[in-house]
Write a protein that binds this ligand. Sequence first.
Ligand code: PMP
Length: 413
Amino acid sequence: MSLDYRTIKEEFPILRTQMNGKPLVFLDSAASSQKPQRVIDAFSDYYRCRNANIHRGAYRLSYEATDLYDQTRRRIARFLGAAEPETCIFTRNTTESINLVASAWGDTNVGEGDEIVVSELEHHSNLVPWMMLAQRRGAKLRHIPLTDDGHYDYDRLDEVLSPRTRIVAVQHMSNVLGSIHDIKQVTARAHAAGATVLVDGAQGACHLPVNVADIDCDFYALSAHKMLGPTGVGVLYGKRKILESMPPFLGGGDMILTVSRDSFEPAPLPAKFEAGTPNIAGVVAYAIALDYLEKIGIENIHAHEKELLRYAVDELERIPGITLYGSRNLESRGAVVSFNVDAVHSHDVGTILDEEGIAIRAGHHCCEPFMRKCGISGTARASFYVYNGPEDVDALVRGLQRVREVFKSVVAH
Ligand code: PMP
């Protein structure tokens, strides 16, 4: 393995615990990653010694909390290659970041008969907000055709781009198949058609190097909890001019410059989009997660995951009765393996693996349209991160042998 994942693993206290009397094998990082001790410490240290509301207090503790909060903004801006920290807005998660754009940008820029381009592989978070916008504004959803191996069909991209396209909302990496998309190409072609581009980076920033300036996307949305950070913290990067042109999303404290009896003037970026008291402790601890990821190196993490993916696919392929989903070209994939075991329901696979201490995900993975397209109700999904090693794949393989044993009447042997 190219990465010293064993030393990294020691930093994650939960990975030393047991589940159902067996050592925990955590293979569900695509849903949410585990947290290293340093992030847990930063979170509790904040509450122990630094807790105060930001921006408002006329006392040192509040100034310091504000400073720490803004420090994370500078850290995430650097992480994403955004030149100006104010263009990185803190939200609750990717879902809220996308909803912010669909409401604040969408309601002012999308009208009757306009088109919103998505794909059938998108997570519900990058579908439903656009459906809601389309319903509100009388707009239409169009879908980028997919190739058989679960990538965007770039040869057919122009079929869905038209002078009516207002926004193209695409994922960086699929949470079901692991497909890594060429979002730079999508952005360039969408821009050529006059459209704005939002990238759902929930599975991007945690596994892949991201440079928003290079991608040239207009918005990039992500969740801290998928990248070693706390839950309840998300980020929306947006180009300054576009963010400034948008009305606020939520109204309340902190997002205003002035309020008179009947009207208000919004604050400049980023406060304009950060109404109310945010998840200060979460944002503060997130900086430590970003430091750690940078120290390990996101390129190294990606390389490590590629090795693990190859090993997992090789091993699972050898088990009779297993159907694997996703591209055979593993170079174009991140460390997510979706599969089914013959006629066994994915939830049953999950339950038996759980008895062995192995945590995977089962079901439609918030991608119902894609499951329908494939004619299945769901898949079992194992996903890997920086703390996983080949021994976790071996445990999964042993667990799947048990699934085959329990369901021997319906599984190929
Ligand atoms: N998009 C993708 C591709 C995802 O994998 C997820 C999380 N599973 C989301 C969006 C939503 O992320 P969150 O629940 O953190 O808002």
